[in-house]
Design a protein around this ligand. Structure first.
Ligand code: ZN
Ligand code: ZN
Length: 186
């Protein structure tokens, strides 16, 4: 796990209202993503701003990483980069869970993590945010025509003779009828 993402917050806790900035580049391998979209050798650029209050610490930031995947329609390789937003709240005491208000992140902030040993480990929050931000089923382009469901031809480059895609309702009705006739014959 990425030790550079373990931040000592003792100074911050001693002076409520103080801030600290963390800017590090960590290898994707350090997060154990276990996700084919994220190359272990990729750099994850993490920027986090921490601010302390009398009850704990609020952290806002982002993690930027390149991903690669496949177009969900034509299976061409697709790549891109995401900026995953981080919004985390940490409380001083394990039992004193403080709810954070007035932010845009909604549910992400409703849970407050305890600060253990005057340190905050951002490895897991960053990991989670990145996995959520990487697109699940990307497209190579918005109007990718995809593959022909019948012959598998790439419709962006090939015009096949298959006619399945513009199926007429009346033919569908006829098929049903045909099916019934077949049943009757058997
Ligand atoms: Zn495509
Ligand atoms: Zn076809």
């Amino acid at each position: 796990m990425a030790s550079t993402l373990v931040v000592n917050v003792l100074d911050l806790l001693r002076r409520p209202g103080s801030q600290k900035e963390v800017s590090v580049v960590v290898k994707a391998a350090d997060f154990d993503f276990g996700d084919s979209r994220l190359d272990d050798a990729a750099d994850v650029a993490v920027d986090i701003e921490l601010e302390s209050s009398s009850t704990g610490i609020v952290a806002h930031g982002s993690a930027q990483v390149a991903w690669r995947s496949m177009c969900r329609r034509c299976l061409r390789p697709v790549d891109g980069a995401v900026i995953a937003e981080l919004d985390e709240a940490f409380s001083r005491g394990v039992t004193a869970a403080v709810h954070h208000h007035g932010d845009t992140a909604g549910d992400a902030l409703s849970e407050t993590e305890p600060i253990v040993g005057d340190q905050i480990d951002f490895t897991l929050p960053v990991r989670e945010a990145v996995l959520l931000a990487v697109p699940e089923a990307p497209l190579c382009r918005a109007d990718c025509p995809g593959l022909c469901p019948q012959c598998g031809a790439d419709r962006a480059t090939t015009k096949c003779a298959c006619v399945t895609e513009t199926r007429d309702e009346r033919w569908a009705a006829l098929d049903v009828l045909r099916g019934k006739l077949d049943d009757a014959v058997e």
